[in-house]
Design a binder for this molecule. Structure first.
Ligand code: BGC
Length: 741
């Protein structure tokens, strides 16, 4: 009967969602109510009182008990895939087939068992959430929690145990084709967002996957490139989000990256996987490979990989962690304990995700999910320029609007690679504007540009611009190859499809041209940027994006996003490019800029960006006053200050705190983000904001002592609304040196 229940669970995967939901409810209830009956009628009578089935027992003992019951073949089945996104069931022990799914922005559509072709199902739609780079631009950690809840609930309803996200690689270069999937250039901001995201996903009995570990910061030669990165940059820039995911969020799975770090594949990187992740950080979950990112049995077995995914070497028994592993064990090349350790890690994930007792049904595309998608989009928009209050637009004073630009109507959900979503719906910018405006004004639409240069398109757009009261231009990047797309990097930082030229002509035709860019990162901007009155960075705003955008443009929503990455004036100003060490030479990319990634470079080297990290305007204004540093014991402090909304509209401000060490023993970036708080203030309202700091806020990684250390000395605490607008500052003396655990 247990097997029957188990089969029932497998079976419902192929049913329609409603039937499936009912099946889950009834099977779960049945499973709970008849647990002892189930077990006594199973073919393995000894299982009746099996400890691993007792959910009241500690997870460690359940794992050990389950492991002790397994054969070699069953353990091996846990450590490699048996289809594109599954690992095998072990029916004898009630372990169901394990389903994994991309990705960070929603639950991806199902693909064929051994290929990437859509499975052609009718029940694999999902909510399409704004891209992670946009989530980061909200600087609202509560929204990261709400976002994670959507992912978790939808994953459960789609019967996925492991969601392959969030991505947390750092934006080292503006050209990385996957920048849109990652929360930007700063490890602190990234950490704060992914920790809440993961906690919320996992609270829904779904495992998250921190990817791609580590230093997978370009798509160019991603499957072969070797990254040479010094210890401090590794520890201070590239690893902190993973460290926080493990230590703070208890992430259950980690995906090793495709690339090599210091000459060793990440999927068999003893230093990264065994020493740092599992050793220093105490990670108890499993490390899976990226798809087809495993290279040898010995390397994977001893290097710390616990689950091999991908499908390029079929049949599955030929996987490195299948047949090859079995042979090695039989020949005594590997101790059995290595397999036990890997099996244990997989079992822990399986039990923690309640795979055996079954989970409650989840939910898809609910009103709450839609509201979260919209809220994240609304708070992600970054108002980069707004001269003479060009925005918000007052619809009562506008008779005609010319919407121009391919991204006005381009659907984004299905693009970009593994982060794609088969969305229930997607409100495009044009649709959002049309819905908002209704019959209050006429709205025309012209594509303006396309991937095939076309003078006629531009001509028509210019004509429409001339005739309209206001132009809303929606352009930027898209998910086609060589833009924001997995597997390719951008070739340069320019606006594609002659958009610079078109924008120049549009602003000639109509100076009231409002520019909205979609895209995963910065673009170089032509002279037009000096001339347009308003500019908005809208990232990829998800299924509610058009509604959110219209609400912001017409003033129902006050923009409150801040850049999660620096916008350089020119590509060669940004560190990897200034140092001429992108995309690498002879298969190796050297991170010679070291710690100076993103604003750390621009500040330390005194290079003027086009728009700095942390920057973003509002329809109101905020004042910062009264910085006080309050000791919190143990030598640390909390910064307290007042933020006042001095404008005429309600709004939200992201108060940011940076720390500068005045005379560091080792080189440090000029300043680093160590705290932030998003404050919602009515017009005229003021609030006291407290940002606690701890030893880590002052610490750097000491490569000699191999520890994080905060050394006694003088620091400046800087507070304000952008990395380059920090009106409050106060010095602080750290009285003693701390060596962190
Ligand atoms: C990507 C991963 C993704 C996996 C499965 C790989 O190509 O790098 O991020 O989770 O495919 O689709």
């Amino acid at each position: 009967m247990f097997a029957a229940i188990y089969k029932g669970q497998i079976h419902y995967k192929t049913e329609e969602p409603m039937t499936r939901t009912l099946a889950i409810i009834s099977l779960s209830l049945l499973a709970l109510a008849t647990c002892s009956l189930v077990l006594s009628t199973s073919s393995h009578a000894q299982d009746q009182t099996a400890l691993y089935l007792d959910v009241t027992k500690p997870i460690d003992s359940r794992v050990e008990d389950l492991l002790s019951r397994m054969t070699l073949e069953e353990k091996l089945a846990l450590v490699h895939a048996d289809s594109k996104f599954t690992s095998a069931a072990i029916p004898r022990l009630g372990i169901p087939r394990r389903w994994l799914s991309d990705g960070p922005h929603g639950v991806r559509e199902d693909v064929g068992p051994d290929n990437w072709k859509p499975a052609g199902r009718t029940d694999d739609f999902a909510s399409f959430m704004p891209a992670l780079v946009g989530l980061a631009a909200t600087w609202n950690t509560d929204l990261a929690t709400a976002y994670g809840k959507v992912i978790g609930e939808e994953a459960r309803q789609r019967n996925k145990q492991i969601m392959l996200g969030p991505g947390m690689n750092i934006m080292r270069t503006p050209l990385n084709g996957r920048n849109f999937e990652y929360p930007g250039e700063d490890p602190f901001l990234t950490s704060r967002m992914v920790v809440n995201y993961i906690r919320a996903v996992q609270a829904e009995d779904v495992s998250s996957c921190a990817k791609h570990f580590a230093a997978n910061d370009q798509e160019w030669e991603r499957g072969t490139i070797n990254v040479e990165v010094d210890e401090r940059a590794l520890r201070e820039i590239y690893l902190p989000p993973f460290e926080a995911a493990v230590k703070e969020a208890g992430v259950r799975t980690v995906m090793s990256a495709y690339n090599k770090v210091r000459g060793q594949w990440c999927s068999e990187n003893d230093y990264l996987l065994n020493k740092i992740l599992k050793g220093e950080w105490g990670f108890k979950g499993l490390v899976m490979s990226d798809w087809n990112g495993t290279h040898s049995t010995r390397g994977a077995v001893l290097g710390g990989l616990d689950l091999e995914m991908g499908t390029e070497i079929l049949p599955y028994d030929r996987f490195f962690l299948a047949g090859g592993f079995r042979d090695g064990l039989n020949k005594g090349e590997f101790p059995m304990e290595v397999l036990n350790d890997k099996a244990r890690r997989n079992l822990r994930q399986i039990l923690e995700t309640k795979a055996i007792e079954g989970r409650a049904p989840g939910a898809l595309n609910t009103k709450e999910h839609q509201a979260t998608a919209r809220k994240v989009a609304e708070e992600s928009f970054v108002l980069l320029k707004n001269e003479n209050n060009a925005l918000p637009l007052d619809i009562s004073k506008i008779k005609s609007i010319a919407v121009v630009g391919e991204n006005g109507t381009q659907l984004q959900a299905y693009g970009g690679g593994s982060a794609r979503i088969k969305t229930f719906y997607e409100i495009t910018p044009l649709e959002g504007i049309l819905r908002y405006v209704g019959d209050r004004a006429t709205v025309s639409y012209s594509t303006g540009y396309s991937d095939k240069p076309n003078d006629e398109l531009a001509e028509r757009a210019v004509k429409a611009a001339r005739q309209a009261d206001v132009v809303i231009y929606v352009g930027g990047l898209n998910h086609r190859p060589y833009f924001d797309a997995e597997g390719t990097d951008r070739r340069d930082m320019k606006l594609p499809y002659r958009q610079d030229e078109l924008l120049q002509r549009l602003v000639d035709a109509n100076p009231r041209t409002i520019v909205v860019f979609l895209g995963g990162g910065p673009v170089e901007m032509g002279e037009w940027v000096e001339r347009v009155p308003a500019l908005v960075q809208a990232w990829y705003p998800g299924m509610e994006g058009g509604n959110a955008l219209a609400a912001m443009l017409f003033g129902d929503v006050n923009p409150s996003g801040k850049l999660s990455c620096t916008f350089p004036k020119r590509l060669q100003d940004s560190p990897a490019h200034a140092m001429l060490n992108y995309p690498g030479k002879d298969g190796t990319v050297r991170y010679e800029e070291g710690l100076l990634v993103g604003y750390r470079w621009f500040d330390t080297k005194n290079v003027e960006p086009l728009f700095p990290f942390g920057y973003g305007l509002s329809y109101t204004r905020f004042d910062y006053t009264d910085l006080r540093l309050q000791p919190t014991g143990n030598g640390a402090v909390a910064a307290e200050f007042t933020v006042t909304n001095v404008g005429a509209r309600d709004g939200a401000e992201v108060a940011q705190l940076y720390v500068e060490e005045l005379k560091p023993r080792l080189q440090r970036p000029l300043k680093e983000l160590k705290g932030f708080s998003k404050v919602f203030l009515k017009a005229g309202e003021k609030k006291t904001v407290t940002i606690p700091l701890d030893e880590r806020s002052f610490a750097f990684y000491d490569p000699d002592k191999k520890r994080w250390r905060a050394e006694a000395g003088d620091f400046t605490i800087l507070v304000g609304g952008s990395s380059r607008d920090l009106p409050l500052h106060q010095n602080f003396r750290l009285a003693k040196t701390f060596t962190l655990k």
